[in-house]
Design a protein around this ligand. Structure first.
Ligand code: HEC
Length: 418
């Protein structure tokens, strides 16, 4: 149990230690353009909210002249884009629209309003993507602290709540495959996520941290599967899965680091790690927070700091007075508070600027699920549902922040970013 809890704390360290790969063609130019100029009326991925705008997935993909004509000169309520976009950009947009258009079974007819509504029927599109039709299967960590935990009935934690809300929003039943992440040298949460999706254990995996190296070349390798409740006995421990490329949703929360003080007396306003000088600081060895403390603290601060093994014991040690302040992941603090009703620890207001947005991962071949998932996530953030779900999970909620994907951390970031 204790061992497993260490997972959430070490998670950043593992991410941090992840191998370095060249940047993927993550944000395709086409999609960027579309998102910048077109998606607020036509919907993300061309799935519109079923209101007034034209459903671009129904645009006839063999009618290029009409596309250029309508888009350059405008049509009906749509403004003209001819003066805004370069011809090359129009080409890219045509390619984007064309590659998605014509997918719908219904005949194209721009004047038929009811036709547009019908295209938003999720069932037919979805059932072909799901492992079990009518069911959204999610992989969730059993011992993911405030993010996910198994209950005798259902589960708890923000990742669980998000999976449940997505299933409900898509008109599906939620099924969960509960897995145990093991802390072994060869495995990491990221590789396990890839392995489970590639093996077809689940359709979606919430809690996937958007880090550049996690999104790139993992699929060119193989990885072992973690243990999960329904793992067949016939599957040996040595078994390895060929990884496949993943797609990720828009983020729904942000994992951040903050400073925790032993009691209210130690609290002080800080704007950077070095401001902790004068306090007896604890360092969680091997984690990103620990590394940042050592790199960004003054010489006095670091020489007087107490370094301890990573894991849930760390915050208990602070509680017992071994040190008075530390930079830790906010989720670790939340989990500690949840476990210890009489804790004196206080989380300060400061947040380190390095953080990771959390999203829902799926196989790239299943990326059409995003047509449903992204709008649901964005609505839940906008209308406060997400914050309420976090509250229910006793999690200090932070909304995702741009850039969505944290670029690979350089030494410069580790030294300079406060
Ligand atoms: C301000 C909202 C808005 C924006 C932004 C917008 N559109 Fe439109 N678009 C519309 C509306 C409304 C229609 C339906 C026009 C009609 O037929 O009356 C439409 C129709 C279309 C059509 C179908 C035209 C036809 O021939 O029937 C295409 C293609 C299209 N838009 C492409 C784009 C592209 C590409 C962009 C981004 C560069 C874009 N739109 C941005 C509102 C918008």
């Amino acid at each position: 149990m204790i061992k497993k809890l260490a997972l959430s704390l070490c998670f950043l360290a593992l991410l941090f230690g992840a191998p370095v790969f060249a940047q993927d063609d993550l944000l395709k130019k086409e999609e960027q353009l579309f998102n910048q100029f077109c998606s607020h009326c036509h919907g993300k991925h061309m799935v519109n909210p079923g209101t007034s705008s034209f459903d671009l997935r129904k645009f006839p993909k063999d009618d290029k002249p009409r596309f250029y004509e309508s888009v350059s000169k405008g049509r009906g309520d749509m403004p003209a884009w001819g003066d805004v976009l370069f011809p090359e950009e129009l080409d890219l947009l045509w390619h984007y629209v064309k590659s998605r258009a014509g997918k719908e079974p219904t005949a194209f007819d721009s004047s038929d309003a009811s036709d547009v509504t019908e295209s938003n029927e999720p069932e037919t599109v979805l059932s072909s993507l799901l492992i079990t039709p009518g069911t959204l299967t999610a992989c969730l960590a059993k011992n993911g602290g405030v993010m996910s935990s198994r209950r005798s009935k259902g589960g708890a934690g923000l990742d669980y709540q998000v999976a449940l809300a997505l299933a409900n929003g898509m008109g599906l039943t939620l099924a969960v495959e509960w897995y145990e992440s093991e802390q072994e040298e060869e495995s990491s949460p990221v590789r396990e996520s890839y392995a489970m999706l590639a093996y077809g254990v689940c359709d979606i995996l919430p809690g996937f941290a958007l880090y550049e190296t996690s999104l790139s070349a993992f699929y060119k390798t193989r990885a072992a599967l973690p243990r999960w409740d329904n793992r067949p006995d016939t599957l040996t421990r040595e078994f390895q899965v060929d990884l496949q490329p993943l797609s990720v949703s828009d983020p729904y929360a942000r994992m951040e680091m903050g400073v925790v003080f032993r009691t209210p007396e130690f609290v002080r306003p800080i704007t950077r790690v070095a401001d902790l000088e004068g306090l007896h600081v604890g360092v969680e060895q091997g984690t990103l927070a620990g590394v940042l403390t050592l790199r960004q603290g003054s010489a006095t601060l670091t020489s007087e700091a107490t370094t301890l093994n990573p894991g849930p014991d760390f915050l208990w040690k602070m509680e017992q007075g071994e040190f008075d302040a530390a930079l830790v992941t906010v989720g670790a603090y939340d989990f500690h508070k949840k476990q210890n009703a009489i804790s004196t620890l206080v989380l300060g207001d400061y947040r380190h600027s390095i953080g990771f947005n959390l999203s829902v991962a799926m196989l790239k071949s299943n990326r059409d699920l995003l047509d449903q998932i992204d709008p649901l996530i964005n609505t839940m953030i906008a209308d406060g549902t997400m914050a309420a779900l976090a509250d229910k999970s006793r999690l200090t909620y932070s909304e995702p922040r741009q850039p969505w994907v944290q670029t690979r951390l350089t030494m410069q970031d580790i030294m300079m970013r406060q």
